[in-house]
Design a protein around this ligand. Structure first.
Ligand code: OAD
Length: 254
């Protein structure tokens, strides 16, 4: 595959690279994107209706069952060639990953210190006292519509998914780190995000304002496209391995 020349030049010369990823990054691993229809029991619901504090408040067992199904689904998929390429690139140069994804596919591909803006499917905490929950989380063999969440060993509160729901604030530390990273980067690749959910969608704007070369990798036009210096209409699992192989063949950066 042909890597755009201007991107390759910047990628080879860049001292600091940040890869900002969204649901499209994991699509080729078989994780449905957020705005794709839900499947099975939840096909009648939009993610925006399930992932909210109000829905949890009203019906925690329903939301918990949905998260268990997502948790179980992600456990059964593998990082794709795009995740692996980003991990390989991080061995060659200073490459950081900032993701909106709640899966752990970047980590399983070999990236360390991934910044998770929207939390993680594999972490759980008490909704009341915030203590991390380290107990077992059992995924039902078949989809069921309701599962009672476990309770906190400290205060008896309900254990909730460690993800950011619509209307909730992002974890401050992760957000601040993401801003520093994109504002000090030479190259910011924005991969597989629709750029619809703020404040994460503001990162490409901050990056460009601070002088980074911004590239979008996405088969479709998005709200990020106008902000990017360059758009590459390709999928993550096709574009990223080609880019990293080309950088590597040019000697990359120590
Ligand atoms: P979306 O589902 O909104 O967008 C996915 C994007 O990935 C779209 O622009 C697709 O064109 C693109 N895409 C699909 N397949 C791709 C592929 N193989 N390679 C590259 N791109 C591909 O997902 P996000 O932008 O990540 O937030 O959604 C942002 C946030 O909205 C999520 O983190 C979640 C959500 O609802 C919270 O839960 C707070």
């Amino acid at each position: 595959m042909l890597v755009p020349d201007s991107l390759l030049e910047v990628a080879v010369a860049a001292r600091r690279v940040v890869v900002v990823t969204g649901a499209g990054m994991s699509a080729e691993s078989g994780v449905p994107t957020f705005r794709d229809a839900q499947t099975g029991l939840w096909e009648r619901y939009a993610a925006e209706d399930l992932a909210t504090p109000e829905t949890w408040e009203r019906d925690p067992a329903f939301v918990w069952a949905w998260y268990l199904s997502r948790f179980g689904a992600v456990a059964h998929v593998e990082p794709n060639a795009g995740h692996r390429a980003v991990a390989r690139w991080a061995d060659l140069a200073q490459v950081e990953v900032v993701t909106q994804n709640v899966d752990d596919l970047h980590e399983r591909a070999g990236n360390h210190d991934v910044v998770h803006l929207h939390g993680s499917l594999t972490s759980f905490r008490c909704e009341r006292c915030e203590t991390a929950y380290a107990g077992e989380v059992v995924v039902p063999e078949r989809q069921v519509e309701r599962v009672d969440p476990p309770t906190c060993g400290h205060c008896g509160g309900l254990v909730r998914p460690g993800v950011v729901w619509f209307g909730e604030l992002l974890p401050l530390e992760a957000w601040e780190r993401a801003v520093v990273l994109v504002e000090t980067a030479d190259l910011v690749l924005v991969v597989g995000t629709s750029g619809l959910v703020h404040p994460a969608a503001g990162l490409p704007v901050l990056a460009r304002g601070a002088g980074a070369f911004v590239v979008e990798v996405n088969p479709l036009e998005t709200d990020v496209s106008d902000v990017a210096h360059q758009v590459w209409r390709e999928t993550a699992a096709r574009a990223l391995p080609a880019l990293v192989a080309a950088v590597e063949s040019r000697g990359g950066r120590p």
